[in-house]
Each structure stands twice: as C-alpha cells, then as structure tokens.
Design a protein around this ligand. Structure first.
Ligand code: ZN
Length: 223
C-alpha cells in the first residue's frame, strides 16, 4: 500500500482542518518513515524476492518496531501526545492524529501477505494478502486515493498558484511513484529500497509547504 496511506491523510484534513497536511502525511506514513532507518541500521530486515507476492518483490522478514500492531499503537499514542503538547490542541485532535498513524497498520493488514507481526516477537504474523489480487488491490487503492483527493480538494482551497499547482503536482508525483513501483524492475538491494524510501520525507515537507498555501474552503480569501 502506498497512495492509499496518503488518501487517509488527505481525507483527514476535512475532519481536523487545523492540522497541517504535512503532519497528516507524517502520521499516515510514520511506519514507512521509521522503517528504512531501522533497515539501514540493521535492526529490521527486508529481502528482495521477486514473485513473493504478485505486486511486490519485497519480503518483509523482520519489522516489528515499525510495523507490528503493538508498536503501531505505541507510535500512534506517541505522535498524538507529542502533537497535543507541542500545539496545545484539544484531545480530539490528538486522537485524530493518532488514528491516522494507526490507519497505516490497518491498510497494510489488508494488502500485505501474513507478514505483519502482532507483537515485538515475530511469532504472530497476519495480513489479508490483497497484493496477490492485483486488480482488486490496485482498484481499491486508486479508489481510496481518489476519494482522499476529492475530500481534500473540496474542504480546502488554494490561496495562490503555489497552493493549486503545488497540490496537483504532488498528486501526479504520487501517482507516478506508485506506477513506477508497480511496473519497474525489482530494486537491486535492500539498502537501495531503504534509501529510496527516504524520499517520503520530501513528501512530508511538500505537505507542510502546500498547507501554507491553502486554506479551509469556508475561509474567505482577502483580495
Ligand atoms: Zn508500511
């Protein structure tokens, strides 16, 4: 799951309009932002095994700190708590930020084969495995993404050209990255996967930048 995670963040903007799109991107992809660093440190392991599922050649051998159910609950509480104390926003906003973090696990659960650990040990691993049904998997993810983009575009409006061009460029970039992932050759090494995944930080920064150039749809724009 890739663009499906961003769909949650885009849609969440309608529910918590005070939270920056950058924060929501950080939340929805927190697991995948932490993961490459743990892989590069040798704490978590990924292997490349073409044909492992129809849609990805990656075999997630060991990733309990970034992707287990238990760790995700902890990361959700941590990011929600840090956000609340830094911004002094209400509890419902912090819970929403935490829920966006948690949504990552739910969407990965639907798509991954049974490789998602429940606890920090690798014993109990779950996953519905939609990656083995590409038509359903891709349709679901595109539908979710379309819904997220629609909700975001309806509940915000651009303050200037940067806010509109910057936003639509990001949507095209995410779709292109998704297509490249699906259609491209398998990556050469686990380290290459991890370094490429660090590009997600740029998307988070892009989200913060876009948010500064857009406003809630109901807000009147001073001319
Ligand atoms: Zn993930």
């Amino acid at each position: 799951m890739f663009i499906g995670h961003f769909a949650v963040a885009l849609g969440a903007k309608k529910i918590v309009p005070t939270v920056s799109l950058g924060t929501l991107f950080l939340a929805c992809q927190l697991a995948d932002l932490i993961w490459p660093n743990l892989v590069l440190l040798g704490i978590e392991t990924v292997e490349i095994e073409p044909g492992n599922t129809v849609m990805t050649p990656l075999d997630f051998v060991h990733y309990p700190y970034s992707h287990s159910l238990l760790a995700t609950l902890l990361w959700s509480a941590i990011l929600g708590g840090v956000y609340m104390s830094l911004t002094r926003s209400g509890r419902h906003v912090a819970i929403a930020v935490g829920a966006v973090v948690f949504s990552h696990w739910v969407l990965d659960f639907v798509t991954h084969r049974p490789d998602l650990p429940l606890t920090l040990s690798n014993e109990w691993r779950v996953g519905v495995g939609l990656w083995n049904s590409p038509i359903i998997g891709i349709s679901l993810e595109l539908l979710l993404f379309g819904l997220g983009v629609w909700l975001y575009a309806r509940s915000t409006r651009a303050l200037n050209r940067r806010g509109s061009i910057g936003f639509w460029a990001l949507i095209l970039f995410l779709l292109a990255a998704y297509a490249a992932n699906l259609l491209g050759p398998p990556p050469p090494s686990p380290a290459a996967v991890a370094w490429t995944a660090q590009a997600l930080w740029l998307v988070v920064a892009w989200g913060f930048w876009i948010d500064r150039h857009r406003t809630g749809a109901a807000t009147r724009i001073a001319s």
